[in-house]
Every structure is written in C-alpha cells, then in structure tokens.
Design a binder for this molecule. Structure first.
Ligand code: HEC
Ligand code: HEC
Length: 402
C-alpha cells in the first residue's frame, strides 16, 4: 500500500513536473485532484497521463490538427499561450452559427504529410482563442442551472447596465444533458464552457477538443472534420473504431472534472483584503461572482461545495473593442462568458513570465485587460480608472493573489 501511494504521488504530478518542475507544490500549481478514493485516484492519474500525452499519426492524430495533446495548450491546467492559439470559423447568423461544411469549425493549423494545408473558406467569419484555465472546471459543471438563472435574473435592474444571460444552445446528437439540466421550450439547454459559453458539458468539451483540436475521433464524434471536406476521398470513411478508446476518453473527462480549484495565496494580507473590497465596490463582482455553490454530484468532493471562481457563467456584451464578428450558440459577436479569475496570479508561470489575458491573449497585463472592458462593463472599468493609486495597487495585489 505504501509502495502504491508513492507510485501514485509520482505519476499524479509527473506530467506537470515534466512541463514545469516548480509546479509540484499544489498551492502553487493547479495539477492536483480533489479528495478521491484510491480507485478514483488511479483513474485520475490515468487521465492525467492521457491529458499530457502527445498523439502521433499512429495514434489517430490528424490529418489536420492544432496541437498534439491537451497539455500542449492547457499547460499546467492554467491559461494557454498565444503560441497555441486556435482559429475557429463558421458563418454567423442571427440565430447562432451555421458551420460551413468545409473543415469547420476549427482551422487545422498543421496537417500530416500529403494533405493540402487548410484555409478559411471565403465568406466565413472567424475568431482566435487561447486556452482558458481548466483547473476547477468540475466545480463549474456542478453549478445547477437554477443558480445560473438566478444570477441572470439579478442582473435585470443592474444600475450599471449589466445584462448577462446564459448561452442557450442545441446539444449535438450524442451529448446527454447534465443531470437536472433545464430544457427551454425551443429545445435548447443552458451552456457554460468555452470562451462564449456555448458548450454544455465537459464530455462535450473533451469530445470537441479531441476532434477539432487534434483530429481524433471518439464515440461521441466518430467522424473526422476532414471527412466533410471531400466526401469522395477514400479517407473520408469514419475510422472503424474511435481513435481514442472510451476508457482513455473517460479518464480525461474524469481528470479535468476532478481538478482542484486554484488556492488563493495570502488571503489574510491586509492589502489583499482591501483589494477584495475595492473589487466588490467598483462592481467587478457583479460579473466576476466571487462565490458559487455546487449542487449534487456523483463525485462526493464536488457535491454541495462553496467555491470562488469569479465568474457568473453568463455571457455579457463587452463592447465593440472585443467584438470578433463571430457567434456561437446565442452569444452575439461582442458577447463573452465572464472569464473566471481564479489562477490569475499563477498564469505568468505558464506564460513564459509574461501575461496574455482575454479570449485571444491580447491583454499583456491585468490593467490592460480591465481597460479593454467595454459594453456592459464600461461603468465598472471607468471606476477602476478613477481609483486612487493605493486602491488600484490593492486591487491588483488582490487579483494577483487569486
Ligand atoms: C489547440 C489548443 C487546445 C488543445 C489541444 C486543447 N484545448 Fe481545451 N481549450 C482550448 C481553447 C482555445 C478553449 C476555449 C474554447 C472555446 O472558447 O470554445 C478550450 C476549452 C477547454 C475547456 C473548457 C474550459 C472552460 O472553462 O470553458 C476544457 C475543459 C478543455 N478545453 C479541455 C481540453 C482537453 C481535455 C483537451 C484534450 C482532449 C483539450 N482541451 C485540448 C485550447 C485547446
Ligand atoms: C459586465 C461584466 C463584467 C464586469 C463588470 C467586469 N468584467 Fe472582467 N471580464 C468579463 C468578461 C466577459 C471577460 C472575458 C472577456 C474576453 O475573454 O475577451 C472578462 C475578463 C477579465 C479579465 C481577464 C481574465 C483572463 O483570464 O483572461 C480580468 C483580469 C478581468 N476581467 C478583471 C475585471 C475587473 C478587475 C473588473 C472590475 C473593474 C471587471 N473585470 C469587471 C466581464 C466583466
């Protein structure tokens, strides 16, 4: 038993430590699990290895892909780097995004030998996205729809003009609604993952990631996106078996689901506490909700937990400056899901000592990210700009403690 736990301790963090040796301490890194049984820890560890493994053509990669493994973009489970930015394309309309039938929705940045590099078709709109933080996503998934609806309702009379709404989207054929999900009369469900909050569940997110980011089929998405490019090509038949086995796939879903929430550093520091107060006073917390609560969950450690993600899981109009001309679900071109702020202070550790914030990494500091807030966030961002230096510094110290 002693031997087993030593082996587990090593394998649990090995993939992270390979990427970044300094991240083995869980209070400084984001790779550790919530409290799990021994059997669950073994499955988490398998998912950890799969998440950081690199695929090759022999293990299903391609023919088009953006990166070779989840860990290439989600290094250390924190925010991604512009090196691995992805381009998504489709055709915007007022009801959502009708994806073009040519390789969409994601541009294969790389291709296996023998394939012509992919291009965005004429008439398509596109957007560029860097990876959001994955630590804590299991907690976000366990927030009941009713709580998300209550947050949207609380926005209705907001004096700053904050008017967040859930992103309602249609579920793909093989995706089962989350337990207790509320279906709207038009058949759509509340979604919460992705930069525009258009993805319903972690299973859907992981199936999309394998398929669109790596060209790997699963039982949820058995066709390769390439197949739609040229249905007459012999390569367009779906592979006889999914390129990722169900067990490997499920272990990766389990891995992301069970990632611990980022731990705040120095919560009792008086400057951090002052900054937290300023954050609330100037209205940042209306969207970046400090506290959410999970409902029931088959994973005991995720059930009925109060946690601090700093998001409301709603999408907000962020103004013309952040309008990418691209829609997803019912999120309009200028609407984005409130980015969770947890793990913010640890991001430079995985971004080469620099900072890349907002959906496409365009903001090179926390202050720049706030200055780029427009639309519904204008009043709050203006209040930030008129803060005295002491309060501004306290707020930034607080944000860096997350
Ligand atoms: C090419 C880079 C890249 C790769 C490879 C990649 N991701 Fe992502 N991931 C992203 C981006 C970008 C987003 C945001 C997508 C969006 O806005 O729809 C994302 C979103 C997510 C989210 C949702 C986080 C949230 O809060 O919305 C999860 C979970 C996730 N990825 C897990 C995975 C897993 C598991 C894999 C491997 C199977 C993977 N990703 C592979 C870039 C990547
Ligand atoms: C109306 C809602 C709203 C308000 C108010 C708001 N934000 Fe945001 N915030 C967002 C959204 C939405 C994003 C994501 C935008 C994107 O991805 O382009 C975001 C992104 C951020 C980011 C970047 C996070 C990352 O990981 O990239 C920071 C930092 C941030 N906000 C801080 C603040 C602060 C500080 C305040 C108060 C001055 C504030 N926000 C007020 C909605 C809001």
């Amino acid at each position: 038993m002693v031997v087993l736990s030593i082996v587990l301790a090593v394998t649990t963090f090995s993939a992270c430590s390979k990427l970044l040796p300094s991240m083995i301490d869980p209070s400084q890194g984001l790779c550790g699990p919530v409290s799990l049984s021994s059997a669950q820890t073994i499955f988490f560890s398998k998912g950890n290895d799969q998440f950081f493994a690199n695929r090759t053509a022999a293990t299903g990669l391609g023919p088009f892909f953006v990166a070779t493994g989840c860990g290439s973009c989600h290094s250390s489970d924190n925010r991604g780097h512009p090196f691995t930015i992805l381009t998504r394309f489709g055709q915007s309309d007022t009801t959502g995004n009708t994806f073009l039938n040519e390789g969409a929705p994601q541009l294969g940045t790389f291709n296996l030998p023998g394939y012509t590099p992919e291009q965005i078709p004429a008439g398509a709109s596109s957007t560029k996205l860097i990876a959001p933080i994955t630590a804590g996503v299991g907690f976000l998934e366990a927030v009941p729809d009713s709580e998300i609806l209550a947050l949207a309702a609380a926005n209705e009379n907001n004096p700053d003009g904050v008017r967040g709404h859930p992103n309602y989207n249609t579920l793909p054929a093989n995706i089962t609604p989350l337990n207790g999900a509320i279906q709207r009369s038009d058949g759509k469900y509340i979604c919460r993952f992705g930069r525009k909050g258009a993805v319903h569940s972690l299973i859907q997110q992981v199936a999309d990631a394998y398929n669109h980011d790596m060209g790997i089929t699963s039982s949820f998405l058995p066709y390769n996106p390439y197949n739609y490019l040229d249905q007459t090509d012999p390569a367009s038949a779906p592979p006889a078996a999914p390129e990722v086995t169900s067990d490997d796939f499920n272990s990766v879903v389990f891995y992301v689901t069970c990632l611990q929430t980022p731990v705040q550093r120095n919560p009792n520091d008086p400057t951090v506490q002052r900054g937290n107060l300023v954050f609330t006073q100037i209205g940042c917390g209306t969207c970046h909700q400090q506290t959410l609560t999970t409902g029931n969950s088959p994973i005991a450690a995720l059930a009925y937990q109060t946690f601090n993600p700093f998001t409301d899981l709603l999408v907000h109009d962020m103004g013309a400056g952040l309008d990418d001309g691209y829609t997803e679900g019912n999120a309009k071109t200028s609407e984005w899901r409130t980015a969770p702020l947890w793990g913010l202070g640890l991001a430079p550790q995985v971004q080469g000592g620099y900072t890349y914030l907002l959906h496409d990494g365009r903001a090179h500091s926390i202050e720049e990210a706030i200055r780029l807030h427009g639309g519904e966030a204008t009043a709050s961002a203006n209040r930030f700009n008129s803060l005295g230096q002491t309060d501004k510094n306290a707020l930034l110290t607080f944000l860096k403690s997350l």
